[in-house]
Ligand binder design. Structure first.
Ligand code: AMP
Length: 144
């Protein structure tokens, strides 16, 4: 197998994120690759009727990003990934993962086969969307 140089791991903080981290860590170790972590804050203000409420308040937005940075740092520590580069983005998850993959010239993106949205919605999931837009290999770690 050709070793990977730069691996991007997409982290959503669900309980399965630990299993996905383990897979990415082993792959990075086996390939002596650089490992990068990304978490996307996908805050789209929608009211009870499903109507878009306009751009999020700046303070709230900043707070969410800061909280996400802390969570990603704690996650990296807990998973033994302290040496991985960390990136928190805001926007649409699929898009931000793909943009960052290009920015760092990733040759592998690691995602879970499903996360918050569940198996029933797999076809609409991040894994599927990333797979179809990725400039490189994608590993969708099978989750049950
Ligand atoms: P889902 O689209 O919720 O089924 O999630 C599938 C996989 O996409 C997860 O296991 C993560 O690897 C990735 N993912 C989902 N949401 C995010 C997010 N907000 N930030 C980074 N990665 C995510």
């Amino acid at each position: 197998m050709t070793p990977y140089n730069t691996i991007l791991l997409a982290v959503d903080f669900t309980p399965d994120a630990s299993l996905i981290a383990d897979r990415a860590r082993r792959l990075a170790h086996a390939s002596d690759a650089h490992l990068h972590l990304i978490h996307v804050v996908e805050h789209i203000p929608i009211d009870a009727a499903g109507e878009f409420m306009g751009p999020p308040q700046t303070d709230l937005h900043e707070e969410m990003i800061e909280t996400a940075r802390e969570r990603l740092r704690d996650y990296a520590r807990a998973e033994g990934l302290e040496h991985a580069a960390r990136h928190v983005a805001a926007g649409y998850t699929k898009q931000e993962i793909l943009v960052h993959a290009e920015t760092i010239a990733a040759d592998l993106i690691v995602v879970g086969s499903h996360g918050r949205h569940g198996l029933a919605l797999l076809l609409g999931s991040t894994a599927n969307a990333v797979l179809h837009g990725a400039p490189c290999d994608v590993l969708a770690v099978r989750l049950y």
